[in-house]
Design a binder for this molecule. Structure first.
Ligand code: AMP
Length: 473
């Protein structure tokens, strides 16, 4: 059974560049915010050559030393970073996964969550498949290996049609890269190009376009929902493997997850996030002295709020960007130690002030409460919390790490109860209507809002099974 839901991740793929491993590594570096638990690269030097893979727990920069990268020689590469999870099997679940099968040697990396993976896995195990990890991604490899189709692309087409849920997948075979996006387009996957000498091009694919900026690639467009793109020795071919389905881009990418310098689902994140802040200022104004973001997640919306309200924007919470995975805790308990390690308040900016505190979301409410307390202890006279998305009511089954419904404060409490819990003088959320306007989805219905509405865009036949199999760290 699966350890837990597949979570926020980044994927990258590079085809036809002599420094493929290096570029994939740099792309992961740019997308480190999407997952810090483990990272990995798989590289291939062409037809008849082995696919080499290295993955480990930790941050990209720590895993890949110059020596390690230097050994990953080849023109084609895929890479992956994975968000933090608990459990002993974490290392086994690090990606890419790589296998030798009758389609040759292949490696795969995945962002998303395959909602029917448990059923598919049971079927595969009944027909003799042996699984090594608890990740849903391994199911895809087994489906490919079991397929009677002779080519990898044919086997993939067959495999993809059996999957439900969210996936942006990147595959590496000896001489080609194949990428695919689920028919609803839940998770992002952008395509870019790099000019090489002699008029040749390399093709790159990544979860976020900030990776392209770092490696000097030009963003072309997105891999379409239900589309498979093959970059091989004969160039690039694009095909639909599935009929058109209702689009369901994850709106949380724009709210929180993606970097503001990225273009996600064809839209730059910075202006959408700023609009969220502007709407908040218009609908929920405060007679206050300063607007303060919770860094980094609240920064862009706070800029929008400050601009719209005319209130000064002040960075009165300072984030320590170097907090690692481990630290030595003092033996005497320090109140709110974990949050203090990451954030500290600038008393000089807060003392005696009425503060509008802007963050992107409240999930359990526990972190928000600690931050509100911190601002108050630094001398703020009033703290008014503004949240740049609607109340988070329902868990995500498509790849965002949200706790079960019972742990979601907004699923079980009224607005005023939440306000009292987080100890704010006032609390207001962005409305669903204004969120849609912010991402420009007022007419098309291209986004998934299930975490705010409970209205899931796919048939969740096994939703009870998904809920009961879900383990929290
Ligand atoms: P809490 O007040 O404990 O609910 O925590 C809210 C904070 O968690 C906010 O600052 C969010 O930016 C952050 N957050 C929300 N969703 C996620 C997520 N899926 N992964 C990591 N952090 C998140």
């Amino acid at each position: 059974m699966f350890d837990k839901f597949h979570e926020e991740c980044a994927v990258v793929a590079i085809h036809g560049h002599p420094e493929a491993a290096n570029l994939a590594y740099l792309s992961l570096y740019a997308m480190q915010h999407r997952g810090q638990e483990s990272a990995g690269l798989a590289v291939s030097a062409g037809k008849g050559k082995d696919v080499m893979c290295h993955k480990s727990m930790g941050h990209v920069a720590d895993i890949f030393t110059p020596e390690r990268l230097g050994r990953l020689k080849g023109d084609h590469a895929i890479g992956h970073t994975r968000y933090s999870t608990a459990g002993d099997s974490a290392h086994l679940n690090a990606q890419p996964f790589s296998v030798k099968c009758n389609k040759g040697q292949i490696a795969v990396a995945h962002n998303g969550n395959i909602t029917n993976a448990a059923e598919l896995r049971n079927d595969l195990e009944r027909s003799g498949a042996i699984f090594q990890a608890t990740s849903d991604t391994e199911v895809v490899l087994h489906l490919v290996a079991h397929s009677r189709e002779r080519t990898l692309a044919g086997a993939l087409r067959e495999a993809l049609l059996q999957l439900e849920g969210a996936y942006s997948l990147v595959f590496l075979a000896e001489d080609r890269i194949i990428v695919a996006r689920d028919p609803h387009g839940f998770r992002p996957l952008a395509m870019g190009q790099m000019e090489l000498s002699g008029g040749r091009s390399a093709y790159v694919f990544a979860s976020e376009t900030c990776a392209f900026d770092l490696i000097g690639a030009v963003y072309l467009n997105d891999v379409e929902p239900g589309e498979m793109v093959i970059a091989g020795p004969d160039g690039v071919t694009r095909e639909r493997f599935s009929p058109q389905r209702n689009r369901a881009h994850c709106v949380f990418e724009h709210v929180y997850f993606a970097r503001p310098d990225s273009i996600v689902f064809g839209q730059p994140v910075q202006p959408t996030r700023e609009k969220m802040g502007r709407f908040l200022a218009r609908r929920h104004p405060v007679d206050a002295d300063v607007v303060v973001p919770v860094p980094d997640s609240g920064v862009t919306a706070a800029i929008g709020y400050a601009d719209e309200s005319g209130l000064p924007y002040r960075q009165a919470l300072i984030r320590n960007h170097y907090v690692g995975r481990t630290f030595i805790e003092p033996s005497q308990a320090i109140r709110d130690f974990g949050v203090k390690l990451k954030l500290n308040a600038v008393r000089h900016l807060l003392e005696g002030k009425r503060v509008v505190l802007v963050d992107d979301s409240i999930v359990r409410g526990t972190t928000s409460r600690k931050i509100v307390r911190m601002v108050r202890h630094a001398g703020a006279r009033e703290v008014h919390l503004r949240i740049s998305c609607p109340p988070t009511m329902s868990p995500c089954f498509y790849g965002v790490d949200t706790p079960t419904k019972s742990e979601l404060i907004a699923a079980n409490h009224t607005l005023d109860e939440i306000r009292r819990f987080v100890e704010a003088d006032s609390l207001a959320y962005l409305s669903l209507h204004d969120l849609r306007e912010s991402v420009g989805d007022d007419e098309n219905h291209d986004y998934c809002y299930a975490c705010y509405t409970g209205d899931y865009p796919t048939d969740m036949v096994s939703i009870d099974e998904l809920l009961s199999s879900r383990k929290r760290p």
